[in-house]
Design a protein. Structure first.
Lengths: 320, 997
């Protein structure tokens, strides 16, 4: 008996090890030990939970219902998705448009941001600051893309129309933002013009964090030219920034809706520039079908996740 | 064309009938009824001669130049107002007694004529006594004809001001002199009409000429005709007399010295608080409060004290005045010192004219200057050079009237105006040759075609330079406008001297003239905020204008401390015991909320005994709060039928007074707020508050120049378009298919909203007509209408009637040259073979409804009942215009409220005619989808030249599918695609028949 107790005492004296506990107990114990860290994280996590996690989970639930915001949702299981894929031909146009936008503007704006950042980085600091501002300005100044509306106005007095009429190339004004022939290319151009945003800034920051000594070491180890320097040193060092920039570019190119609505109107003529974001807004707003629009959002969400995976895989190859 | 003659009387008869049918609602329409029957035909198209005569009339400057060698008159002819010429007078006049004086009452239309003998050739001034009888809230307007002719253009718009005062009856013996609210804030008193006899000298209402008009009369018998264009008024004595002999200040001063007047002692000072004028000339002038300066009198660190007059832009239009009564205790020489601030008109001075007992004390008193500055200023009245002294006699009552004039700028502004008009005219000529987008490199042969205009450009270049120099001299420095002057002068010079530069400069010159016009608009408004007027000895020190550091410090600290204890909410409510509160939300802005709060306190809560919790919320707040069950009873930001069909808004049909409330509106206003579906949800969900519709605005001068009548039908428009296009004039017309379809008598929906009615011949034809207007006839699809209308590029434009005020206020350069008319229509032959013009317009209305989960629906209904009634709507409209400036207009749906606004009779006729001819579409589920497919179809036709019929047909299924889907969602009866109700019924009958067999 006493021996037994002794053994037990012996055991309890032993330091507690991971094996003695369930995962939950272990977690709780560790959390208790590090409570200060959690306390500091708490404000952010509470907000993140309330405003990001919960809505996303809710939307996952809502996309299986019929919900109009004002009356309680009705569970309809997969009807929304069936309708989306089998009946909604506008959705297919949207997918097509979204992919065109994403494939053209995503990589293009990403590369553009990077190369502009790279070139600017070579400039002397004072000039660099000014040039950075010049390139960054379009994306700071909110709806500055409205200038394109003025340029390509359908009025006979609009800049482009006026000039074309003056040159005798046309005799009635062209409705640039109402004519499917011009809408898509114009929107892509405007998107690229506005795209030197956050990603561009982070690239500039990233380029400046590269340690000079690495280049010297590289030179000793046989780096022959600037391209090799870029590929083997600069890019691997700034991978975090590249990742960040890529995510911004992806979300940006998939969410490319505001500019199109402002320029071409919502919906655009013949849905020629209707993207998934527009479709989502159309059902969520005018038609008050939140369930259906959540289903669309889900699709968009998975498309973005997929694109993200792809880009991560590609970025892993950088410097190899 | 020949049908016009027939249709006009019919239309008139109809409008007359409509008017009488609304009689029970509209008391004010009393006398408009008859006039619309009697005069209607003259509005449209037929008065070209009038227009031409008016346009060809001389300007006053030209008129003066004609009679430079005619001496001023030396005697006067006095006509008693009641002594009119009964044969020539066509107005319904009568003799009445006002304040013991006999006078001739003249209504708001028709003319009154006086005949008289002039003893000797000469230049005469016309002065008259009037009594403002009208209850309308606007200035009285009369046109003056001599011997049945308008002697010069400016005399066609004589403006006679009404007299207003602050209604202080609610103030009681409050310590501030104003009524105090529950939180001890001053409440702005109502401004009410306070008519008294006034004396008026015929003068320019725009202030471009600072002296009264001088008319030339030859010896012999003449007639004087006064034609009403706005409001009724009573005339007392009319004096045709010698011009005033106003002395210069130098002469007056010499006179003072000769008489041995001395400065008074320092304790003779009389201080007049500017916020208590004895009378003012417009409703928009009212006591305001300044919180910026600690020494404004009176001032309080946390409460609102009304302490100034004319803050911001409340006292700024030429001709408006405020009056103070002054009695001094010591005879002698005084300074009149004002504490004032003019912080609106940047880098310019504003001008006031001082009239003592109705007369200018000396010539310079019409050029009193108040310079620009961020802070208050104290200064004796001055013209910028001399500080004036005034002699006042002890015990005598003086009336000081400060009237807005343009002073020394008047002449320059007038010259700029003339110059702009000349350049615009010349530009229109040039543009007729070159078109909208001139080719710089083409030889247009301007010298051969328009030599006069080229000379004119040269002359204007010189004139503009001269004006710029004089302006600089008067203002004292080169202001922001001088570059515009220089640019215009340079361009005009080049254009006049080298014809090859004309084409290249047109665009630039047009935009520069536009800039100049905008600048002029800011110069002719003359805002001034006054705190007090101190009448004090010429030896007395001028009071400090601004607080010193210590005073400011104490004030700010007090303000800071008070901020912990004070309730600053100006929307605080009075106490109404246990009555159930109505919660009202509005998102339209703090100023509107202030108006609303005051109206609710004055008119609603006190009368119905229902407290109102008025909250100012941001636009997106409503949906989430309704979702969370925290919503208001009423939201004033409109009702959405999408909400109604989803049971978030209450159906209103069951309230007792529903029918009575609805009778206040035209039926078309109720339609957009009506849910027309086949279920128990069918009904009205909102009561209209605002309603808008379009009318036609047209440039009389251009139609007169081309010698064409105003088109009444689309066929006439199409016939005119080639002519207009060849002169580079444009028509601004509507591209709405629904609008054109309604005019052809078609329907938008079929089968009770179950499908769109596009698949029939009438619609397809109509759509083709609409497309033709823009493709074949090249009407512009997008444009800045107001601007092009002003420049004359677009002499005909369909637009919301709300821009009327904008045109009257800001397009002063084309005043009297444009008109308003009913919409054009299609000629329709009805089943009896009569043809008439169907000029139906489309309309939309915004309303107010009750939330489905309102906690106090009865109280909310009372609120709506009160809010949509004429009294509240009239007051809201007036305060709204006062607040946002006279250029804005509130477009109430309430008929009586709309009619009571400041319309002239002619305008009223047009509006009534259109108002009675409106059609709206009820709300059906899924209707939002239509507009997009309509614009797709139109865009494809316009862009690619596609076939209109095909484009329209192509989209029918997509629309019907959406409609059916939505109806299905709401559990309503719906049609399969491609099926009509009749077909389905037939099929059903057949099936049941077969089953029966």
């Amino acid at each position: 008996m006493s021996q037994n107790t002794a053994v037990k005492q012996e055991e309890s004296k032993r330091p507690v090890s991971r094996k003695d506990m369930t995962a939950l107990q272990w977690t709780l114990k560790e959390m208790k030990r590090n409570y200060l860290g959690y306390l500091f994280l708490a404000p952010f996590y509470i907000l993140f939970l309330m405003f990001t996690i919960i809505p996303v989970v809710l939307s996952l639930f809502i996309c299986f219902t019929h919900f109009n915001m004002l009356e309680p949702p009705k569970w309809i299981f997969l009807d929304n998705f069936i309708r989306l894929f089998l009946e909604d031909d506008i959705f297919l146009i949207c997918v097509k448009n979204t992919l065109i936008f994403a494939i053209v503007t995503g990589p293009a704006s990403y590369l553009l941001s990077f190369f502009v950042a790279w070139f600017i980085n070579e400039l002397p600091p004072k000039i660099r600051a000014v040039v950075t501002l010049v390139f960054y300005a379009p994306s700071i100044a909110g709806s500055v893309y409205m200038i394109w509306q003025t340029l390509f106005s359908s009025d006979a007095h609009g800049w482009v129309n006026g000039t074309l009429i003056k040159l005798g190339l046309i005799d009635t004004p062209i409705h640039f933002f109402k004519d499917p022939t011009y809408m898509m290319p114009l929107c892509i151009v405007v998107a690229l013009w506005c795209s030197l945003g956050t990603a561009f800034l982070s690239f500039i920051a990233g380029l400046q964090t590269v340690d000079r000594s690495l280049y010297e070491a590289g030179a000793v180890d046989g780096v022959k030219n600037r391209w090799q320097e870029l590929w083997y040193i600069t890019l691997p060092v700034m991978k975090p920034q590249l990742m960040f920039g890529a995510i911004m570019a992806i979300t940006g190119s998939f969410n490319f809706g505001g500019i199109v609505s402002a320029l071409c109107g919502d919906p655009s003529t013949d849905y020629a520039c209707h993207t998934i974001t527009h479709h989502l807004g159309d059902y969520g707003g005018a038609r008050m079908e939140i369930g259906y629009s959540s289903a669309i959002a889900m699709i968009l969400f998975f498309m973005m996740v997929g694109a993200n995976q792809l880009v991560q895989k590609m970025l892993a190859k950088v410097g190899q | 064309m020949k049908n016009l003659k027939l249709t006009r009387p019919i239309a008139l008869l109809m409008s007359g009938l409509m008017l009488t049918s609304t009689f029970s609602v509209i008391n004010a329409a009393d006398d408009t009824d008859e006039t619309s029957n009697g005069k209607g035909a003259s509005i449209v198209g037929s008065n070209i001669e009038d227009v031409i005569e008016r346009m060809n009339a001389l300007t006053y400057a030209e008129y003066q130049a004609l009679y430079t060698d005619v001496p001023d008159a030396t005697s006067a002819v006095i006509i008693d107002g009641t002594d009119y010429d009964p044969e020539l007078t066509d107005a319904d006049v009568r003799i009445e007694t006002y304040e013991g004086r006999e006078a001739l009452f003249t209504p708001d239309d028709g003319s009154v004529v006086y005949s008289f003998d002039i003893p000797k050739d000469g230049m005469y001034m016309i002065e008259l006594d009037y009594y403002p009888t009208t209850s309308k809230q606007t200035d009285v307007e009369r046109q003056l004809y001599i011997d049945d002719k308008i002697p010069f253009r400016e005399t066609g718009y004589l403006t006679l001001k009404q007299v207003w005062e602050s209604d202080l009856s609610l103030a009681g013996d409050s310590k501030t002199g104003f009524q105090l609210d529950a939180l001890d804030n001053d409440v702005r008193p109502n401004t009410v009409l306070a008519p008294v006899w006034q004396t008026y000298k015929a003068q320019d209402s725009t202030g471009y000429y600072t002296d009264p008009f001088l008319y030339y009369f030859s010896e012999g018998t003449h007639t004087l005709k006064l034609t009403a264009s706005r409001c009724d008024i009573a005339f007392g004595e009319i004096r045709i007399q010698q011009p005033d002999d106003v002395k210069t200040y130098e002469e007056v001063l010499a006179d003072y010295t000769a008489k041995g007047y001395k400065a008074v002692s320092s304790d003779a000072t009389v201080k007049l608080q500017a916020e208590f004028p004895t009378a003012m000339s417009a409703k928009s002038i009212y006591p305001t409060y300044d919180k910026t300066s600690p020494i404004s009198e009176p001032q309080h660190e946390s409460r609102i004290r009304l302490n100034t007059i004319g803050k911001d832009t409340t006292w700024q239009y030429v001709g408006d005045w405020v009056e103070y009564k002054l009695t001094v205790e010591e005879s002698g020489l005084y300074h009149i010192v004002t504490r004032h601030k003019q912080s609106v008109s940047v880098d310019m001075f504003v001008t006031r004219k001082l009239l003592i007992n109705g007369e200018l004390p000396f010539e310079e008193a019409k050029n009193l200057r108040f310079t620009y500055g961020d802070e208050f200023e104290t200064r004796p009245l001055t013209d910028g050079k001399t500080e004036f002294q005034f002699y006042f006699e002890a015990g005598k009552e003086y009336t000081l009237r400060f009237e807005i004039g343009l002073g020394e700028l008047a002449d320059l502004i007038n010259r700029i105006q003339i110059s702009m008009a000349n350049m615009n005219k010349a530009l229109i000529k040039v543009k007729q040759i070159t078109g909208d987008t001139p080719d710089e490199y083409r030889d247009y042969n301007f010298i051969g075609l328009i030599p006069n205009e080229m000379n004119l450009f040269l002359a204007e270049a010189k004139e503009i330079r001269a004006i710029a120099n004089e302006m600089e001299e008067i203002v004292g420095y080169r202001g922001s406008q001088s570059t515009v002057f220089d640019d215009i002068a340079d361009m005009c010079f080049e254009m006049g001297s080298d014809e090859s530069t004309i084409a290249g400069h047109i665009g630039n010159l047009t935009s520069n003239i536009g800039t100049l016009g905008t600048w002029m608009n800011t110069v002719i408004v003359q805002p001034l905020e006054v705190d007090y007027i101190s009448v004090q000895s010429v030896d007395e020190k001028i009071p400090a204008a601004n607080a010193n550091l210590l005073q400011t410090l104490i004030y700010e600290v007090k303000k800071f401390i008070a901020s912990f204890f004070s309730d600053y909410s100006t929307f605080a409510d009075e106490d109404y015991g246990d009555a159930k509160t109505v919660v009202v939300w509005m998102g339209s802005g703090r100023d509107q909320a202030t108006i609303m709060r005051q109206m609710v306190n004055d008119m609603f809560s006190s009368q119905y005994g229902i407290p109102v919790d008025l909250k100012l919320v941001s636009g997106g707040a409503l949906l989430p709060s309704v979702l969370a069950g925290q919503g208001p009873d009423i939201s004033l930001d409109g009702v959405s039928m999408d909400w109604a069909i989803r049971s978030a808004i209450m159906k209103l049909d069951d309230f007792d007074t529903f029918d009575e409330v609805c009778s206040r509106f035209d039926e078309s206003a109720l339609v957009p707020l009506y849910l027309d579906i086949d279920s128990d949800k069918r009904g009205h969900y909102g009561i209209p508050v605002t309603q808008s519709f379009s009318v036609v605005f047209y440039r009389q001068d251009i139609f007169a120049e081309l010698g064409v009548d105003l088109p009444q039908t689309w066929d006439e428009i199409k016939a005119l378009l080639p002519l207009f296009n060849s002169k580079n004039y444009e028509f601004g017309v509507s591209a709405s298919l629904k609008f054109h379809l309604y005019q052809k008598g078609g329907d938008w929906f079929a089968d009770g909203g179950r499908r769109i009615n596009w698949d029939n011949q009438l619609v397809l034809e109509t759509f083709k007509d609409v497309c033709d207007l823009f493709t074949q006839y090249q009407c512009p699809t997008s444009y800045d209408g107001t601007n092009r209308f002003r420049t004359g590029e677009m002499p005909y434009m369909m637009s919301d009637y709300g821009i009327y005020t904008q045109l009257t206020m800001f397009a002063t350069d084309i005043r009297g040259m444009w008109g308003m008319s009913t919409l054009p229509g299609y000629e329709i032959t009805d089943e009896n073979g009569n043809t008439y013009i169907n000029n139906t317009g489309t309309t939309s209305s915004g309303g107010v409804g009750i939330m489905a989960n309102a906690k106090n629906p009865e109280g909310a209904w009372d609120f709506i009942d009160w809010y949509t009634d004429a009294d509240a709507q009239i007051r809201y409209g007036n305060e709204y215009a006062t607040l946002l400036g006279s250029g804005t207009i509130y477009t109430p749906a309430n008929l009586e409220a709309m009619l009571s606004m400041n319309w002239t009779n002619e305008e009223l006729e047009v509006l009534m005619a259109q108002f009675n001819n409106l059609r709206a579409t009820p709300m059906y589920p899924g209707d939002y989808i239509i507009s997009r497919y309509e614009s797709f179809a139109f865009d494809n036709v316009y862009n690619e030249g596609a076939d209109p019929v095909e484009e329209l047909l192509k989209n029918i299924n997509a629309i019907n599918r959406e409609i059916s889907r939505k109806r299905q969602e709401f559990g309503l009866d719906y049609l399969e695609i491609g099926e009509t109700l009749a077909e389905r019924e037939a099929k059903k009958a057949q099936e049941s028949g077969e089953a029966g067999n």
